[in-house]
Design a protein around this ligand. Structure first.
Ligand code: NAI
Ligand code: MG
Length: 334
């Protein structure tokens, strides 16, 4: 019996988690659940943002399903998502984007790519963040290490082999960010040389964004540093129908946390209209991870079939359904 740590999260988090658990009840993967709090929900209940009991639960179970957690913009506390990724050294953020039918997206077919985002380094290390006393100048530290770059690029090539994909695109800005992006690119070239069976190309990040919008079908696996991966993966979500359809896995050597790419969506929280598909596709990644790919495929097929039938779609997909109704329509097809 696999025990999964469940973090219902903030904003629309509890609503989409209820929906995901409903579909899991029908899929019957034989999981047990341990509920744990993090983020604003934990602060309100326990007086701290990331309780030790939550970290213990994740460490013990090694697999967690997490809804979005709110992070204040500008000042306030720093991201609990980033803290979790750091704490468990979840260095690979794996974000697939695939065309789905009936999504009002610009690419209802042709997109099938995975962004592999370095998840622990770069601009997100949270060091050296300073604003001068006169408020005129702000700086922060970015760090890329050879070891960090090596393991994420290796992860991307191994993922290509495991999933039968043919090409890895290394996305960088080494022309301007000569130290950090330069080291990332140099390391990526070393790793690529060990994978003669996989095509590798290099692309500067700004051009990558233009290419993604014009001809996304040319991409297979993208590997890049933290900030670029954060932005590119939302862009890719936009190509295939929006954040409501974009899942992400945070993978380390011991622990893996599965989630939606999107945030807590305060603008629609409490209305029961959030699209549960992003978290459900994260459940699919989780089922693959724990060695249940047949259930993962049944879940993904059920999502596609529900979109094809336009059954109970939420407003972001042009429907007038609600979160649980959509989940039930998917559950009925698994
Ligand atoms: P967001 O992803 O929450 O929302 C962006 C837009 O997409 C909003 O209009 C929202 O309504 C819509 N949207 C997002 N998920 C949706 C869904 N499932 N169904 C339908 N529409 C959906 O991004 P935003 O507003 O920038 O961030 C809100 C909060 O979430 C912030 O505190 C941010 O720090 C946090 N956040 C947390 C993440 C995580 O826990 N992994 C990831 C991204 C943001
Ligand atoms: Mg993001």
């Amino acid at each position: 019996m696999t025990t999964i740590t469940i973090i219902p999260g903030d904003g629309i988090g509890p609503e989409i988690m209820d929906a995901a658990l409903h579909v899991l009840d029908v899929l019957k993967p034989g999981f047990e659940y341990e509920f744990a709090d993090a983020g604003v929900a934990a602060l309100e209940k326990h007086g701290e943002l990331l309780p030790a009991a939550t970290l213990d639960s994740i460490r013990r179970n090694q697999v967690a399903l997490k809804s979005p957690l709110t992070t204040p913009v500008g000042g306030g506390f720093s991201s609990i998502n980033v803290a979790l990724r750091k704490h468990f050294d979840l260095y690979a953020n794996v974000r697939p984007a695939k065309s789905f039918p009936n999504t009002r997206s610009r690419f209802p077919t042709g997109v099938d790519l995975i962004t592999v985002r370095e998840n622990t380094e770069g601009m997100y290390i949270g060091e050296g963040q300073e604003v001068s006393t006169d408020g005129e100048t702000a700086v922060l530290t970015s760090r890329v290490t050879h070891q960090g770059a090596e393991r994420i690029v290796r992860y991307a090539f191994e993922l290509a082999r495991k999933t039968g994909r043919k090409k890895v695109t290394v996305v960088h800005k080494a022309n301007i960010l000569k130290s950090t992006s330069g080291l990332f690119l140099k390391t990526a070239r070393e790793v690529a040389a060990r994978y003669a069976d996989i095509e590798c190309n290099e692309l500067i990040v700004d051009n990558t964004c233009m290419q993604l919008v014009m001809r996304p079908e040319q991409f297979d696996i993208i590997v890049t540093t933290n900030l670029f991966g954060d932005i590119i993966s939302d862009l890719c979500a936009g190509l295939v129908g929006g954040l409501g359809l974009a899942p992400g896995a945070n993978i380390g050597d011991d622990v893996a946390i599965f989630e939606a790419v999107h945030g807590s969506a305060p603008d629609i929280a409490g209305k029961g209209i959030a699209n549960p598909c992003a978290l459900l596709l994260g459940v699919g990644q989780m089922l693959d991870h724990v060695g249940k790919p047949e259930l993962a495929n049944r879940l993904r097929d059920a999502i596609v079939a529900t979109l094809e039938a336009r059954d109970s779609l939420t407003p972001d997909l042009g429907g007038n359904g609600n979160t649980m109704g959509f989940a039930k329509a998917i559950a009925a097809r698994v």
